[in-house]
Design a protein. Structure first.
Ligand SMILES: Nc1ncnc2c1ncn2[C@@H]1O[C@H](COP(=O)(O)OP(=O)(O)O)[C@@H](O)[C@H]1O
Length: 303
């Protein structure tokens, strides 16, 4: 059923102008190199068409054993907006996996390999990694989930380019795209305050954001999300959470990912959600916007 869209999306991308060809050659080289040097199972000859075909195979989900749970949702939003926080909360509530492509990339980079340092260069400078590479990583993750009987997902950090959105549209039907928004003054501070526990992987934020209100917008207060005592001495900062790199990531988001918002807006799948403040204020409102407050109440009552 998806084959026509899929082939059109892919062939459209295969006839790109010459500048993209240079990027494609680089990407294929990178992927070939990565797969031979890091022991990665990526196909050495992989290209965008092949990566999309892998994605098609891995994303066809069998009917969910839990009726109504087969959610295929996407989170969009600038770096630092809180995609990970809200996607992971919704994933626990709805019983579907939270798949963050940024995490998949970091896992891949942590495996040693001569040329994985080239990918690291891209990530640590705030650039996107090639579409082929990310689609291939996502396919592997979806395939592994399928084998474990997972059904549905909440994607965080994918799609990030219109090419990725077209390919995803060709292989699966996304039900909803939540576009999280946060006042720009808060984004940089949130990224710079981000900390991860090197042992348990917990995500925290040491920034305390307090933006004075004025005639146009109310005060915004976001308290820090501090780690428990046993994580305190194990906190690390992501290499790409420096001021210079965050600014570059914001620039790339506006250039490459904002068109993805428009892509889903046109298809009437985009839910715009402006975060009013920290988690205690924002979470109940997000649930209300998603008509999920009843489910949350029931789950909390059971817990
Ligand atoms: N869909 C994607 N396409 C290309 N690159 C990606 C994608 N997802 C993640 N990455 C790479 O991983 C990095 C970290 O991603 P992520 O953790 O989602 O960061 P952010 O906090 O900027 O949303 C990105 O800056 C990019 O280099």
């Amino acid at each position: 059923m998806h084959t026509n869209h899929f082939s059109m999306a892919v062939s459209h991308r295969l006839f790109r102008p010459a500048t993209s060809t240079v990027k494609n050659i680089f990407s294929s080289y990178l992927i070939r190199s990565l797969s031979s040097s890091s022991g990665s199972s990526l196909d050495p000859e992989i290209d965008l068409k092949e990566a999309a075909s892998q994605l098609e195979k891995s994303s066809s989900s069998s009917p969910s054993p839990y009726k109504g749970r087969n959610f295929h949702w996407v989170f969009l939003g600038c770096p630092g907006v809180g995609k990970g926080t809200y996607a992971s909360r919704l994933s626990s509530l709805l019983g579907v996996p939270h798949i963050a492509t940024g995490d998949l990339v970091r896992e891949e980079l942590s495996s040693s390999g001569l040329l994985s340092s080239q990918l690291k260069e891209l990530v640590n400078h705030g650039k996107l990694v090639p579409d082929e590479f990310i689609i291939s990583l996502l396919s592997k993750r979806l395939q592994a989930g399928k084998e474990k009987g997972e059904s549905g997902y909440i994607l965080d950090g994918f799609p990030r380019t219109v090419t990725q959105a077209e390919i995803l549209e060709g292989v699966t039907n996304i039900d909803l795209v939540i576009n999280l928004k946060l006042r720009e003054e808060a984004l940089l501070a949130k990224c710079l305050g981000r900390r991860i526990c090197s042992e348990c992987g917990g995500n925290y934020n040491v920034a305390c954001i307090d933006i004075k209100g004025d005639d146009h917008s109310p005060r915004m207060y976001m308290p820090p999300l501090l780690p428990p005592p046993n994580c305190e001495s194990k906190l690390i900062t992501r290499a790409d959470d420096t001021e210079e790199v965050v600014k570059e990531r914001l620039r790339i988001y506006n250039k490459m990912t904002q068109p993805v918002e428009e892509f889903y807006r046109k298809r009437e799948k985009l839910l715009e959600f402006e975060l009013p403040g920290g988690i205690p204020e924002s979470w109940p409102r997000l649930l209300r916007a998603l008509h999920l407050e009843d489910l949350y109440d029931k789950k909390s009552a059971i817990a």
